[in-house]
Structures are given as C-alpha cells and as structure tokens.
Design a protein around this ligand. Sequence first.
Ligand code: GDP
Ligand code: MG
Length: 304
Amino acid sequence: MAFKCGFVAIVGRPNAGKSTLVNKLVGQKVSIVSPKPQTTRNRIQGILNRDDAQIVLVDTPGIHKAENVLNRQMMDELQHACEGIDILSLIVDASVHFGAGDRFSIEWIKRFEGPVFLLLNKIDRIPKHHLLPLIDRYRQEFEFAEIFPISALTGEGCSDLVDNWLTRLPEAPPYFPPDQFTDQPERFLAAEIIREKAILTTREEVPHALAVLVDSFEEGKDLIRMRATLYVEREGQKGILIGKAGATAKKIGTEARKELEEILGTRVFLEIFVKVQPNWRQNAVLVRQLDWRRQLEQISEAQE
Ligand code: GDP
Ligand code: MG
C-alpha cells in the first residue's frame, strides 16, 4: 500500500480536549493539557508516525470571540493554522450541553472547504444513550463528513478515528523525518512546560495573565542551563506565583525541571523569575514579544 501523509487540524472550544487528543495520538507529550482553558497559545504540531503513514496533527488555540489583543491574536493563529490542511476536526465536550459557544464554533468551521469531522469527546463521562440525540443535534447544524464519539483520555474510539482520517489523506511521502514528534523548538516546549506547571500549581486567577519567556538556554556537556521569566499583570499574581518564602516558585521550578529532564533526556538547571508587566495582554507589542514562535521568525528574518 502506498504511503500516506497529510495534515489534520484539531479545533474546538477551550477545554474540549484538543491537546489531550493530540498527546494521546502522538504518545508523547507535545502539547499542554490543563484543567483551565486557553493554555495552548501557540500552534503545536504533533506527528503521528506509522509504517504506512504520517499524520501531522495541528493543535490550535481554542475557538472564542475575540475580545482583547491576545484573543484576537489567538483567533488569527487559528485561522493561520487551518491553512493548507487536509481535514478539519471539530472536537466538542459531549458531557456538557450544546450552547452558544458550540454554535459559534460551527459558524467558524463553515469557512473551511474540505471535509470536517465532528469528534464528540469525553464519552467516558456520559451514559451511552445521550449520544444519539447529541449526534442528531449536531447533524441539524452542519453536514459533517464523519461523526466520531471518542474519549481522548482513555483512547476509546481513537484508532477508528485515525483509520478514517487515513482513508481521506493523500498518498504522499512523509513530510517530517519519522523520528520527529513535534516541530517545536525545545526552548518553546520548555516555556510551555513551565507555564503548565505554574498553572497547575497555583490554580488561581493567574493563568490567563501569565506568559513565560525562556531568556537563556545553554546546552553544556551533560546539562542544559535555562533561565525563564514568568510575566504577570499584577503584584497580587506575582505574590501567588512566588508563594510563602518562595515555596510556590520553587515547586513550579522543580516540577518543570523534572519533566524537562525526562523529555530532553539530560540534566537541567532551571532558574525562574517572576515579573509584573501591567496589562501585557492589551499591549500588542508585548504579546508579540512574548510569543516565542514570532521571536524565532524575527530572528531568522534578521539573519537572512
Ligand atoms: P483543550 O483546551 O481543548 O486543549 O483541552 P485539554 O486537552 O487541555 O483538556 C481540558 C480538560 O479536559 C483536561 O482536564 C483534560 O484532562 C480533560 N479531558 C480531555 N479529554 C477528556 C476525555 O476524553 N475524558 C475526560 N473525562 N476528560 C477529558
Ligand atoms: Mg489545548
């Protein structure tokens, strides 16, 4: 059988399970999963490699109405992420009622011309008889190419989904080397992991106001030295992140370091700092500055 290769974008509301699905399918942590929405700020690609196929999965920022500069940038990023893909997959949380946000998602996907799959996620949370009415509900809204009930958490339904994607992907040689599982630079991954640990550790009103920048990343003989700055908007948020006698910051640093050591396969020395930058989310220049992918692009443009 000829080799198949193509791009599948996973789109959906914040918290629907996009990152969980990409991680499940790729089998290695490429994307940030969190109980709070909107942590996937940048486009992250996970690469599913098989003997007969390569599927490049494009995880995306959540679909939502653009209210501030950051939201708008995320919606632009989403639009951008969906250019040149073969299949769009809208993932929804089947354990919550169909609402205005879901209708907004459906309006959004109508701009896509190729096949659109609907993934009804989190079926591990609902009784089976809830599925049929839900499928009917969505069918009234849009003509989906396929509808798959899945659980990104347990993996239920996921292999059927992959097989079905494959039938619709073009015959093509692999796009990335098969040993690669993400196109993200390690430094960006580090920033995202630190960000995830900060969110999971604090569980307060910090997440949306938090950006992480890895200021230095030096590869030594058997050690990587990193210094990262966590930017927040208010003194109060800084206090939460630092914690009593620095205990929270220390915990964030330790957990991030452990995970980075595992992923990078080397010892890591990590220092973290917390800085207040009022209203950085309303400031387009700062949002850009804190966006690692754009920084990289700027660096490579400057070098050309
Ligand atoms: P994203 O914002 O769409 O990327 O959502 P995430 O992948 O970060 O998932 C949001 C939350 O939903 C996390 O707490 C996940 O563990 C949880 N979640 C995702 N998929 C499932 C699922 O299939 N079943 C259950 N029970 N929880 C899930
Ligand atoms: Mg996500």
